[in-house]
Write a protein that binds this ligand. Structure first.
Ligand SMILES: Nc1ncnc2c1ncn2[C@@H]1O[C@H](COP(=O)(O)OP(=O)(O)O)[C@@H](O)[C@H]1O
Ligand SMILES: Cc1ncsc1CCOP(=O)(O)O
Ligand SMILES: [Mg+2]
Length: 263
């Protein structure tokens, strides 16, 4: 690892990277708040008339297919072209892509554009690699361990980094792989937590050389913040603000205490 998570968080806070998020209607507000709390600058700019131009000036781009429609796909494609022309990293969150044939097709087309990083839950990563999954909607129905081979296969196919999240997260770039512990069981009980994480992965990709380090840093910060916020919350309603506070209060050295193991 060239940039440890603590150093990546220092860089994020020092540089406040501008992150373009083309995300779903559910996740927009929470994702923007997560980026602001962590120390990045979000901008939700999605229409095809401007998304490509904006992608040329941001630090990173986050693409999320949660609430798809054809005009939004046009905006995504324009933004990805703009990012690629500027050598800007981009992240794909393939939210519930297996739910319908349209969504699955769009997800596979976006994978073919070789995202710098893909971040999804275990059901999404299994299905994206063409393996059987128990997924129905946007939440995971499979354990992370069952999807590790799928993540490695996707990393080989795209040449990028792939992260699977769940009780224990997994990240690989095909050559290296890590498991990251921490977090809290209330995290999947707040909608758009994973979507917001994907945008935070993009924020870290803007300030680190290596996409594997960027994904690791974002997952580690979420693990630390979830672990801190969980005991302060009575349930999902009070967890969400406590989690934003924990992202804001996280010190770089706190990330050194999150358990990570080579896989
Ligand atoms: N049971 C759990 N225990 C601890 N952390 C979890 C658990 N489930 C999910 N998380 C964390 O919640 C965040 C969102 O992951 P996940 O729920 O898998 O995404 P999605 O919302 O896309 O399904 C990640 O940081 C992940 O580590
Ligand atoms: C509920 C829902 N429906 C379409 S997108 C979305 C949000 C999914 O968020 P996450 O993938 O972070 O759970
Ligand atoms: Mg998700």
């Amino acid at each position: 690892m060239t940039t440890p998570p603590a150093e990546a968080l220092r860089a994020l806070r020092a540089q406040t990277p501008l992150v373009q998020c083309i995300t779903n209607f559910v996740a927009m507000n929470f994702s923007a708040n997560v980026l602001l709390a962590a120390g990045a600058a979000p901008a939700m700019i999605h229409c095809a008339e401007e998304s490509g131009d904006f992608a040329g000036v941001v630090g990173a781009l986050s693409i999320n297919i949660g609430t798809l429609s054809p005009p939004w796909v046009d905006g995504m494609r324009a933004a990805i072209a703009g990012a690629q022309a500027a050598h800007t990293p981009w992240v794909l969150d393939p939210v519930g892509h297996f739910a319908t044939p349209y969504r699955a097709r769009v997800a596979q087309d976006l994978v073919d554009l070789r995202p710098t990083i893909i971040r999804g839950n275990a059901s999404e990563i299994l299905a994206l690699a063409g393996e059987a999954s128990d997924g129905r909607g946007v939440d995971a129905s499979d354990p992370v361990a069952a999807a590790e081979g799928a993540a490695r296969a996707l990393a080989a196919r795209t040449g990028g980094t792939v992260a699977i999240t769940g009780a224990v997260d997994f990240v690989t770039d095909g050559a290296r792989a890590l498991r990251i512990h921490g977090g809290h069981p209330l995290m999947p009980r707040v909608t758009a937590t994973g979507c917001a994480l994907s945008s935070l992965v993009a924020a870290f990709a803007a300030v680190t050389e290596d996409p594997f380090d960027a994904a690791t840093a974002a997952l580690t910060l979420f693990a630390a913040a979830g672990q801190r916020a969980g005991p302060c919350a009575a349930g999902p309603g009070s967890f969400a603000p406590a989690f934003l506070d924990a992202l804001y209060l996280a010190r770089p050295e706190d990330l050194d205490w999150i358990e990570r193991h080579a896989a």
